[in-house]
Design a protein around this ligand. Structure first.
Ligand code: FMN
Length: 164
């Protein structure tokens, strides 16, 4: 597997907050985080991390599946004519997802949102999910996998200004 880049500090923060709110009583942090884990994964790496987080937090894990799934050919970032290269340069791109409405979303305080890094950003495949839901009062905790890059969440922020 490629190097994992998970926002572990944020994950720890959630767990610590959870412990702190109980005045250091001996609690199991796994069951104190009201969270769901939502991810897109084209080749399985992010899925593996999503499942680890879901298992640790004992939270439901949901996959974001494009209606039109990406083939290996589609993912060829070295080709200027591949699907990802064309979408990357298309300001009007929209990747429709099979489902954006997940059980537990409304009551979740934390939404762990994962995707692979594509050209330094979280893959745009998550956009349909972000745009289709109201994140008011929720904290989005992004996580990602990549070959080597760090990442930023600038492409996420403008999509969901109501979230923390
Ligand atoms: C279109 C595309 C762009 C990518 N861009 C980057 C990048 O900018 N930096 C990086 O470190 N890895 C990059 N990668 C590698 C993926 O981020 C990495 O393989 C990731 O773990 C794939 O996750 P997945 O298996 O969940 O799809 C890119 C991969 C693809 C397909």
């Amino acid at each position: 597997m490629n190097k994992w880049l998970i926002s572990l500090s944020l994950l720890s923060g959630v767990v610590l907050c959870s412990c702190g709110s109980t005045n250091n009583e001996n609690v199991n942090p796994n069951t104190d985080v009201n969270a769901i884990v939502v991810y897109f994964s084209a080749t399985g790496n992010t899925e593996e991390v999503a499942n680890m987080i879901g298992t640790y937090l004992d939270s439901p894990v949901y996959e974001l599946e494009p209606v039109d799934r990406y083939t290996n050919e589609d993912l060829d970032y070295n080709s200027s004519t591949s699907r990802v290269s064309i979408e990357r340069n298309d300001p009007n791109r929209f990747v429709e997802l099979v489902n954006t409405d997940f059980e537990g979303f409304d009551s979740a305080d934390y939404v762990f949102l994962g995707a692979p890094i594509w050209w330094g950003n979280l893959s745009w495949v998550i956009e349909d999910f972000v745009l289709s839901n109201d994140f008011t009062g929720k904290t989005i905790i992004p996580f990602a996998t990549a070959s080597s890059s760090n990442f930023n969440v600038e492409n996420l922020k403008h999509l969901s200004s109501e979230a923390t």
